[in-house]
Design a protein around this ligand. Structure first.
Ligand code: MCN
Length: 767
């Protein structure tokens, strides 16, 4: 079954309205919550007043709920010199528009929202720093009044001697890059339902999150509870895409409120709230210098970048560190010197969004490669060929420390092949003709290439428990939680393979710390490599136990037992079948019973937690073709090719879907997704009218081609697929736009590239 395009088991439920999202959960006596949020980018709170007659609503501040302490940092590290996080409700200072200040609780959600009109917050405005590019300037006000610096951390990597090579080189290009801040646009926003049980002193939290286990740990540690007394459940989640990896102030605030009131409390985020207070990402700018020789080989790269953290650093500096670690990309770069200043701004905090720092490194490198091609008048594909890590060079070590402190090691692949296949699929040979044809209709046509790698398979561990019930049903419990990725289907396929059971006998449960206590998070395209690997190994172990049980009952050799159609039997001997349910019933613990051979756990089950420490590098090449209407400046992506290697494809149809979604996200980053704040820190993009995401109607027909180079670093040989569609997309589209517009704009060093920008590039700003 692994490798088959099994239809997603979760979809009939989800697309017929039978999904159960947090907002669908109802409990008697629930009190509904709305958040009072800062309307100032930076201010002292002078007063919070409330007209308490308002529809029976009540106001709660940090001091009412004991929420004055700052939240723990999610990914701490000594590199963070100012580990500033917010308290769940602001106490005396607010540092971004949207920061939660207080909560209003009321009998209905609408009453809670209406009651916000009865809350009056007095502010003493403070000056704000909004543009991360200037956050470290002496003239920029401090983002936090208690601090005299807006620097949270500096991350850097260095090998070889880039400075000496750049100084000595006759050929150097310098680019000033600017990748703009973007937001999340999942269908379901955030939502939390929390319930405190006075009787057994336990807390249950249902939340639309990618990180149930991390949420449990943070909630427990914040309130001094044992993690065993906190259960976090992520039911169906309508998209995560990175920002839901964060643990948010709202989750802690609702936990505190249910503990105070003793009744369930619920909050469902509104879209406008989402645009101002859910984590954002992508803001990163700076200068890159690259030295190269006459053949176009890169000899040194030096970059000085600034990464926009927003007002706090709740997620640590994982995202800029990820940029840093991919700074060599698919290329063999002998000298590198990169420094990223991670700075505070008076804007919504940032975290991971699909790609999480990798699109930044890719954009930088691909712009460098294209600029070298332009400088030497060499085919951009040829410059890539001359710089790629060769297929014979794997495992290829880049002397930059990974998250485990060891140098990064690329596990394998063929970057050349991916490029050649992409060029062929894009029919690059025929491009000149297509360009002429566009020109005959008054349109400009361009083609852009972007190659990339992605580090997937992030550890440190993942686990699974699989049990066969006396009914014959197979229950899989995992630490993974899904937000639409199809884990239920893939984990089912793995079990069906190993246990020989029909897929409809398998039930997969994830995202519930009460059912399965160990888990990391569904981030960094890590489930196919880690979670699926854990299910696979556990299923193999359970299958072995089943074979041993059956062998002893059938008086046969273990090697002769096969599992198929939900039963164990002696190979080639029809009539010997024992249904797995029967074996499971026999394996139930009995007082004074004799342990079944090979079965060390109660019932018929197996459980494994597996460490993962080797990364699996997904890679590929995208080719975008665009047509631009010079009359309007509008860019249409007319064709898009993806050649992608994510190792063993566990379910090719799901991988295809991941690529489709990933590319859509990347096209949005390339063309339109841009969070804008004015100079005082007021957000200007708080609806989908202003924040333009790519829709199905904007999507070109994608040509997707997969190569499969299994990774040696996990049991199934998989590499992640969740972000590869996004990572190079902006680089490919920007290259295509640059190709269409030609010398008048080259090099383009920013994105998104708006219609207005193209129009002005062609006609000047005053027309
Ligand atoms: N897969 C596969 N074979 C492979 C690789 C992946 O069949 N070689 C399948 C996996 O089994 C899984 C899916 O593809 O069903 C994605 O797997 P993987 O790349 O391991 O990513 P994760 O499951 O860990 O999901 C996280 C990833 C990230 S980081 C973001 S962001 C993202 C993404 O997934 N957010 C998503 N895809 C998303 N898709 C949906 N629908 N919703 C989101 O929020």
């Amino acid at each position: 079954m692994i490798g088959e395009a099994l239809r997603r088991r979760e979809d009939p439920r989800l697309i017929t309205g039978r999904g159960r999202y947090v907002d669908d959960l109802h409990m008697d006596g629930t009190v509904h919550v709305a958040f009072v949020r800062s309307q100032e980018a930076h201010a002292l709170i002078e007063s919070v007043e409330f007209d308490s007659d308002h529809d029976g609503a009540r106001l709660f501040t940090a001091s009412d709920l004991g929420l004055q302490a700052p939240m723990p940092l999610q990914n701490p590290g000594p590199i963070i010199v100012q580990p500033l996080t917010a308290s769940p409700l602001a106490t005396d200072e607010v540092c971004y528009v949207g920061q939660p200040i207080a909560m209003v609780a009321a009998p209905t959600a609408q009453a809670a929202v209406d009651a916000l009109d009865a809350v009056f917050v007095g502010y003493e405005p403070l000056p704000a720093t909004v543009d991360h590019r200037h956050a470290l300037d002496d003239s920029s006000p401090p983002v936090h009044r208690s601090s005299d610096s807006n620097l949270a951390a500096t991350v850097g990597a260095r090998f070889g001697d880039a400075a000496a090579v750049l100084d000595a080189s006759e050929r150097v290009i310098t680019l000033d890059l600017d990748q703009h801040r973007g937001a999340l646009a999942s269908l379901e926003g955030r939502a939390v339902l929390a319930q405190w049980s006075d009787a057994d002193q336990t807390l249950s939290v249902w939340t639309s999150s990618q990180s149930p286990h991390a949420a449990r740990n943070m909630i427990a540690s914040y309130f001094g509870l044992s993690p065993d007394d906190v259960r976090v459940v992520t039911p169906d989640v309508g998209g995560g895409f990175g920002p839901k990896a964060l643990i948010y102030p709202e989750e802690l605030a609702l936990a505190a409120l249910t503990r105070l009131l003793g009744v369930p409390v619920k909050w469902t985020e509104r879209r406008r709230e989402h645009f101002v207070s859910a984590a954002q990402q992508r803001g990163q700018s700076g200068t890159v210098e690259a030295a190269f020789d006459d053949s176009g080989r890169v000899t040194a790269v030096r970059a000085r970048l600034v990464h926009d953290l927003g007002a706090f650093v709740p997620y640590g500096v994982v995202v800029p560190l990820t940029t840093l670690r991919l700074m060599s990309g698919p290329y063999a770069i002998p000298n590198l010197d990169v420094e990223i200043a991670c700075v505070f701004t008076n804007a919504a905090p940032t975290g991971a969004i699909r790609g999480a720092g990798r699109p930044h490194a890719t954009f930088l490198l691909e712009r460098v490669i294209d600029s070298i091609a332009r400088a030497l008048d060499v085919d951009p594909a040829e410059v890539r060929r001359r710089n790629f890590v060769g297929r014979e060079d794997f495992p290829y070590t880049v002397p930059i420390s990974g998250s485990d402190g060891r140098p990064i090691s690329y596990d394998g692949g063929d970057y050349h092949l991916a490029l050649e296949m992409a060029l062929e699929a894009a029919n690059r040979e025929g491009f000149a003709e297509r360009r002429e044809s566009s020109a005959s209709h008054g349109l400009l046509r361009g083609l852009g290439i972007a190659s990339y790698i992605e580090d997937t398979g992030l550890g440190p561990y993942e686990g699974a428990r699989i049990e066969i019930l006396p009914s014959g049903e197979v229950i899989v419990e995992t630490g993974n939680s899904a937000q639409g990725q199809g884990h239920e289907t893939v984990f089912t396929q793995i079990c069906a393979d190993q246990l020989g059971v029909p897929v409809d006998r398998v039930t997969v449960r994830g995202g519930d710390t009460g059912r399965y206590p160990h888990g990391i998070s569904t981030v960094a395209s890590r489930t196919a490599t880690t979670g699926a690997g854990a299910v696979h190994v556990t299923a193999i172990e359970l299958a072995e136990t089943v074979r041993q049980l059956a062998a002893s009952r059938l008086e046969a050799a273990v090697e002769d037992i096969v599992l198929q159609d939900g039963a164990a039997m002696v190979i080639g001997q029809p009539g010997t079948e024992i249904p797995l349910g029967e074996l499971a019933a026999a394996a139930q613990p009995k007082l004074g019973g004799i342990p079944s051979p090979g079965n060390r756990l109660p019932g018929l089950s197996a459980e494994r937690v597996l460490p993962f420490d080797g990364l699996a590098f997904t890679y590929g090449t995208h080719v975008a073709e665009v047509e631009i209407d010079p009359e309007t400046g509008h860019t249409t992506v007319v064709s898009y090719v993806v050649v992608h290697d994510c190792g063993t494809m566990l379910n090719p149809m799901i991988v295809d879907g991941q690529i489709d979604g990933g590319v859509a996200h990347g096209l949005g980053n390339a063309l339109s997704e841009r969070v804008v704040y004015d100079e005082t820190g007021q957000p200007l993009t708080t609806t989908f009218m202003d924040y333009r995401i790519i829709t199905a109607a904007d999507m070109p027909q994608l040509i997707k081609i997969h190569t499969e180079t299994p990774s040696p670093n996990n049991p199934l040989g998989a590499k992640g697929a969740g972000e590869g569609g996004t990572i190079p997309a902006a680089a490919a589209v920007v290259a295509a736009i640059e190709d269409a517009l030609g010398d008048r704009v080259a090099p383009i060093t920013h994105h998104p590239i708006s219609t207005q920008w193209v129009f002005e590039a062609l006609h000047g700003p005053d027309r």
